[in-house]
Design a protein around this ligand. Structure first.
Ligand SMILES: [Fe+2]
Length: 451
């Protein structure tokens, strides 16, 4: 994972210079380098030429604690933007009302406005990485709702909100070309992307008043209960619940993003995906999400599905066959992994295969009757009448495909880290990685890298 030094100006400096074009970014104190040289006088704007100068020096303090961004997004603006975000998701406002979250949302937004550095980061995120900002709004709200459902303490509920909002703000310190990349990452790029968790944790440490659990939740939002996450690959018993709440909110958003139909996202559609497999997240967190989503009257909010359903059904048929082959071939790998369970990555991979197998057999998603049903639907052109089932099936297949790719990543990391691998094992794992690395929609590949 890349080393991040908060006192060495990085890509965030350039982001500040860009933001300065619309919202003045002014030095609130004289800025010195480590040798005591004055680089920027108090009151000066962070223009591109100033940014260039800063990039050549190591500073006494991180740049962000010595600047102020004008017209920043404080509590009122975040509250406004969360309500605007409700318009994109069918059912969110209904949940918000039935859980009576409004008063506590206003309160937590006000609290957020008191953390100046957090306000600055979120403002820069909104200006420079608007998609991450929108995701942050969703995760802040959903994490807060889940934390409420879990009856967590006020401090933990606040942490869920703040960490949800800023969980990906660490990306502002990573090369924007890597962040914006849509193809496959190189191992170095992948490591750089993973570092956003630790960067996020570190910059929050400059906000003294913020509870430790907020920092920890940001650091752990890509950790998974089965040990397959990062940065530390911790298992469920070592993870904090708030981090897992944010992780699950993040995963929910990713599933919403994967859906291919309608402008407005119906939140009830993500339920089947999580119902088929909850192994990634602690059970109580999984239950909390289900409980929040059940606040929506799904029947009342059913909407007409629009889009090329015929094309999707044909693709589903193909994908079904491909997934069937992949699942069978990876099950054959199970024996090989079982013999090496004393190695952590091998154990994680074996547990993943067992869970995937249970998931596939229990859900029946690759069963012959379901295949015959899909064939029947296509041949008899009755797709429109079963449109919701088709969309659910598509989401489930995408989820399975994503989880298989995650398994491939665990095997890849093992081969990368472990030098003493027998030629036979290397061959077997390399073949499996190839099989698991199936073609996926571009949007999914992108998500898969950071999930
Ligand atoms: Fe992230």
């Amino acid at each position: 994972m890349n080393q991040y030094d908060p006192t060495t100006p990085d890509h965030y400096t350039n982001h500040l210079a860009e933001v300065n074009e619309t919202n003045a970014v002014i030095a609130t104190e004289d800025i010195y380098n480590k040798d005591g040289m004055l680089l920027v006088k108090k009151g000066l704007a962070i223009k591109p030429e100033v940014a260039r100068r800063l990039l050549n020096h190591k500073l006494v303090k991180p740049l962000e604690v010595s600047v102020n961004v004008d017209d920043a997004l404080y509590g009122q603006e975040i509250h406004r933007d969360i309500h605007q975000m409700f318009d994109r998701f069918e059912g969110l406002l209904e949940i918000h009302s039935s859980m009576r979250l409004e008063a506590s949302l206003i309160e937590v937004c006000e609290k957020y406005g008191g953390y100046d550095l957090l306000v600055q980061k979120v403002t820069v995120l909104c200006k420079r990485l608007p998609k991450e900002y929108q995701k942050g709004l969703f995760c802040a709200w959903l994490s807060f709702a889940m934390a409420t459902r879990l009856n967590l303490s006020n401090e933990e509920r606040e942490a869920a909100f703040m960490a949800g909002l800023a969980h990906d703000a660490g990306m502002l310190h990573i090369d924007p070309q890597i962040v914006a990349k849509t193809g496959e990452y190189t191992p170095e790029e992948w490591r750089a992307m993973q570092s956003h968790t630790l960067i996020g944790e570190l910059f929050l440490s400059y906000i003294k008043e913020i509870p430790d659990v907020t920092r920890r939740a940001v650091k752990e939002h890509h950790e998974r209960a089965d040990g397959s996450g990062y940065p530390a690959g911790l298992f469920e018993d070592s993870l904090c619940i708030v981090g897992q709440v944010v992780a699950m909110a993040d995963a929910t958003y990713a599933i919403c993003e994967k859906r291919r139909f309608n402008d407005k996202i119906h939140l009830g559609e993500v339920m089947p995906v999580f119902q088929i497999d909850s192994s990634f997240f602690p059970n109580q967190v999984h239950m909390a999400l289900m409980s929040v989503l059940r606040q929506v009257n799904h029947a009342a909010t059913q909407q007409e599905i629009s889009g090329d359903l015929s094309g999707m059904s044909a693709q589903l048929m193909e994908k079904r066959q491909m997934l069937e082959g992949v699942v069978e071939s990876i099950y054959a790998l199970r024996e090989t992994l079982a013999e090496r369970e004393h190695i952590k990555r091998m154990r994680v991979a074996k547990v993943k295969i067992d869970r995937l197998w249970t998931l596939v057999t229990r859900s029946g998603m690759l069963s012959a009757p379901l295949g015959r049903w899909l064939q029947h639907v296509i041949e008899n052109q009755i797709i429109q009448t079963v449109s919701r089932e088709i969309v659910e099936m598509d989401l489930m297949y995408q989820e399975l495909q994503w989880q298989l790719k995650q398994l491939g990543r665990v095997l890849y990391l093992y081969l990368e880290e472990e030098k003493k691998v027998t030629p036979e094992l290397r061959k077997a794992l390399t073949n499996s990685i190839k099989v698991l690395d199936m073609g996926a929609p571009k949007s999914m590949e992108k998500e898969e890298k950071v999930a």
